[in-house]
Design a protein around this ligand. Structure first.
Ligand code: F6P
Length: 343
């Protein structure tokens, strides 16, 4: 069999562990494994795939990024071409494993509906794919948030400051909530459960009155600016897949300025940005990426297309891609309440 593998959308630590698992199993079983360059672009433009060898896969499990390259490529733009992707799969591959988040899996689902032999693998640092407890990249990201908060704690305490830390996560608050929880944040703001600025400042004032003269406030990049008394920037950049570049909204600096203005605190801001996506994956990301990658490979050789391996209560199970291709998985009340109960 000629099995293609691609990584699409934003990169995430752990992608290479999945590619390695799929590739090594394929080579061991005597199949060809074709690495498609730069996500959907490698199929929608001129076919850009090359055979992967054992040497290509050696030692990549601990490497961040993706050895295949990736791109935010809009298949519905004038230069896009879903039909060209269908043709490329038909001409060059017997199966395709598409590793990516919600945008990628929507395309994967569309291809499956047209009979293409495609399997998905869940990846997104935002952790917002419905129907799975695990997405490649999220565990590493929350470890990075927690470690950053450990470091920011010491400087916040020394200077008696409030430090506002902006995390990634797009329109959901998983990275902020669980990274903040693990890093001992003093307040966490996420899109799912908006809290008004005066309540935030009241909380910081209560801490100050109790003699605690520093605070770490974690804010997810996707919180509603207008709810906080701000306005959305007029020119929001398009990510090429119909989304908003949340980092351009500047929620971290906005919240910091408000805390300074309303509470008279000395405030600093740290936007963690792409630090959350770079570097070596955590052990959990490596292990689960290997597990879902292997399950995707097994499904491909068994001809079980249209499926995606997801993780539920630590078990890997195959579900229809259609069941996870729409909607967002939001932070549930229970997790948010746990975060808030610690303040
Ligand atoms: O979806 C993953 C993510 O890291 C989001 O959390 C973030 O808003 C976005 O990608 C950033 O995208 P880019 O790397 O294209 O700036």
């Amino acid at each position: 069999m000629r099995i293609g593998v691609l990584t699409a959308g934003g990169d995430a630590p752990g992608l290479n562990a999945a590619v390695k698992a799929i590739g090594e199993r394929a080579l061991r079983d005597g199949h060809e494994i074709i690495g498609i360059a730069n996500g959907w672009a490698g199929l929608a433009k001129d076919f850009d795939g090359a055979k992967l060898t054992e040497a290509d896969l050696r030692g990549v499990i601990g490497q961040g990024g993706t050895i295949l390259g990736t791109a935010r490529f809009n298949l519905d733009s004038p230069e896009g071409g879903r039909d060209r992707v269908l043709r490329a799969i038909d001409e060059h591959l017997d199966a395709l494993v598409a590793i990516g988040g919600d945008g990628t899996q929507r395309v994967t689902n569309w291809l499956c509906e047209r009979g293409a032999p495609v399997i998905g693998v869940p990846k997104t640092l935002d952790n917002d794919l419905p129907g799975t407890d695990f997405c490649i990249g999220f565990d590493t990201a929350i470890n990075i948030v927690a470690e950053s908060l450990d470091r920011l704690h010491t400087t916040a305490i020394s200077h008696h400051r409030v430090i506002v830390v902006e995390t990634m996560g797009r329109s959901t608050g998983w990275v902020a909530a669980l990274g903040g929880l693990a890093g001992g944040a003093d307040l966490i703001m996420i899109p799912e459960f908006p809290v008004a600025m005066d309540q935030i400042v009241a909380h910081l004032n209560r801490r100050r009155a109790a003699g605690i003269v520093y605070s770490l406030v974690v804010v997810a990049e996707g919180v509603d600016l207008s709810f906080l008394g701000g306005t959305e920037p007029r020119e929001l950049l398009n990510e090429g897949i119909g989304g908003v570049r949340h980092a351009t909204r500047g929620v971290g600096p906005f919240v910091a300025a408000k805390i300074e203005e309303l509470g008279g605190f000395e405030v600093r801001t740290t936007v963690l940005g792409h630090l959350q996506r770079g570097g070596s994956p955590s052990a959990r990301d490596r292990i689960f990426a290997t597990r879902v990658g292997t399950a995707a490979y097994d499904a491909a050789v068994a001809g079980k297309f249209g499926l995606i391996p997801v993780v539920r209560e630590d078990n890997v199970v195959l579900v229809p891609i259609a069941s996870i291709a729409t909607g967002k998985r939001k932070v549930p009340r229970e997790i948010y309440d746990l975060c808030m109960s610690l303040f």
